[in-house]
Design a protein around this ligand. Structure first.
Ligand code: APR
Length: 252
């Protein structure tokens, strides 16, 4: 792959880089995205039945079972070259802030030292009633069946049902994560958006915040589209190809 000299210079000279990731960065690890036609989760499952508090109230075991299936997919997956390139980039620039919409732990498992999760984490379930998290991590299921009903464990403190630790449609994003992500976007020199459709707000606002603050913005997506707003550069490429090549071209 070849890159515009101006993009390589922007990366080499950046004092603060923000990397903003979506489901596409985990696609090459075998984790389904949400909106890719045919293969995306929302093409195969009904979000209103699985990704809302109302759905959990209506059928806790269907929702808990589905997220256990997603946990088992992540557990069986490995970080891909995109995750590893982002982790490596943190050691090549003065400051890197990694902001993800993803709820998997593949960035952490690739070695990224700090990850801002805007939409929560599969590995952080909490009580639906009292919001407390379990004392110890829950065992990872070998859950092959996305449709199997699994009764959620009971909270050790109040007996309420544990819920997945993700942000559901209609719920607010964690304020601390949002504040940190927006502060980084307002103060970075370069924002690299990778593997996101850019349709879910407020997270999708982050590249635009960086753009308005004068940062250079790069989008990496095999299917970049008008949804990706203002940007200086767009690479119509898979994350696992573009990111390692970009880091290599800029710093080798
Ligand atoms: N490399 C880079 N991008 C890819 C790859 C790849 N290998 N494969 C697919 N993509 C792109 C797709 O073209 C698509 O634009 O990744 C994007 C994934 O978009 P979505 O499925 O909408 O995922 P995301 O943008 O992360 O969704 C945001 O929506 O449902 C909510 O909470 C959920 O966090 C999620 C949010």
């Amino acid at each position: 792959m070849t890159f515009a000299p101006a993009l390589l210079d922007a990366l080499r000279n950046a004092r603060h880089v923000v990397v903003f990731t979506g489901a596409g960065v985990s696609a090459e690890s075998g984790i389904p995205t949400f909106r890719d036609a045919l293969t995306g989760l929302w093409a195969r499952f009904e979000p209103s039945r699985l990704a809302t508090a109302e759905a959990f109230r209506a059928d806790p075991s269907l929702v808990w079972g589905w997220y256990q299936w997603r946990r088992s997919l992540v557990h069986r997956a490995q970080p891909n070259p995109a995750h590893r390139a982002i982790a490596a980039l943190a050691g090549k620039v003065p400051r890197l802030t990694l902001v993800t919409q993803n709820v998997d732990d593949l960035h952490e498992r690739a070695g990224s030292p700090s990850v801002i999760h805007l939409h929560g984490q599969l590995e952080r379930p909490r009580c639906f009633t009292c919001q407390r998290e379990p004392e110890a991590p829950l065992p990872v299921p070998d859950e092959p069946d996305a449709g199997r009903h699994v009764t959620p464990p009971a909270c050790a403190h109040c007996g309420g049902p544990l819920r997945p630790g993700v942000v559901w449609f209609g719920e607010s994003l964690p304020m601390n994560a949002m504040d940190r992500a927006f502060e980084a976007a307002e103060n970075c020199d370069l924002l690299i958006s990778v593997g996101t459709s850019g349709v879910v707000y407020p997270a999708a606002e982050i590249p635009q915040v960086a753009w308005r603050a004068g940062a250079t913005v790069l989008h990496i997506n095999p299917a970049p589209g008008p949804l990706h707003g203002e940007r200086d550069f767009a690479l119509a490429s898979a994350a696992g190809v573009a990111l390692p090549a970009l880091v290599e071209a800029a710093f080798s």
